[in-house]
Design a protein around this ligand. Structure first.
Ligand code: FE2
Length: 116
């Protein structure tokens, strides 16, 4: 869903969309193999990715706050998904996305610890 929110904002070309799809397919194949070989490592890797996403969203919120990034209206998809007010802004959406990512980071750390 997060990717769909940002695609809605960025409106990538069909070539860019194809590259996104290709990258997802490559990652899916890589992650499948990694998970078969070492599920603990796979969950731990996602934990670190999600932690980095939290840091990135925090940095993005700081850029919005100082005006480096326009605090545009949140996409309708995000407003519906998170039940945000109709006048919600990008920063409102990012706060919810960041909270999701923190939850994913915590869950994947817990899952990785289940393989000790
Ligand atoms: Fe996530």
């Amino acid at each position: 869903m997060h990717l769909m929110f940002f695609i809605d904002i960025a409106q990538p070309s069909w070539l860019e969309r194809a590259l996104i799809l290709f990258a997802q397919l490559v990652f899916m194949a890589y992650y499948f193999v990694l998970y078969v070989v070492s599920p603990k490592t796979a969950h731990r890797m996602i934990h670190y990715f999600e932690e980095e996403a939290v840091n990135s969203y925090t940095a993005c919120l700081a850029q919005i706050e100082v005006g480096e990034i326009e605090n545009c209206p949140a996409p309708g998809l995000a407003i519906d998904y998170y039940d945000l007010p109709a006048d919600a802004k990008l920063s409102d959406m990012i706060l919810r996305v960041r909270a999701d990512e923190q939850g994913h980071a915590d869950a994947n750390l817990t899952f990785s610890e289940g393989f000790d």
